[in-house]
Design a protein around this ligand. Structure first.
Ligand code: ZN
Length: 102
């Protein structure tokens, strides 16, 4: 998944002020009001601190996750899945990989 995709998803994220349920503004746009489907609480955009948290996560990905990926890559047991697509496409690819390994 590209860093831009991660940024876009975080920027479009809405969270319920009451129960913490998280959704995206694209999923919520069909509703008449931006309210939580579980508790009717207000759906609000999360603060800029999300982008600070994102910087930390991206840094950790580069220092901790990517080295592991190259390790598994050398053992030829690494599978890469394009996460820049919609949820169903990504889930279907992951499911197929797991099924093939059985
Ligand atoms: Zn809620």
């Amino acid at each position: 998944m590209s860093e831009q995709t991660v940024r876009d998803r975080i920027a479009g994220r809405l969270q319920c002020g009451e129960c913490g349920f998280t959704t995206s503004s694209s999923s919520a746009q069909f509703a008449e009001r931006a309210v939580c489907p579980y508790c009717d609480g207000p759906l609000v955009r999360r603060g800029d601190d999300d982008l600070t948290v994102l910087q930390t996560r991206l840094q950790e990905f580069r220092t901790k996750t990517e080295p592991l990926a190259s390790f598994y890559g050398k053992m030829s047991i690494l599978h890469r899945i394009d996460g820049n697509r919609d949820r169903e496409a990504v889930f279907s690819d992951i499911s197929r990989l797991i099924e093939d390994k059985r």
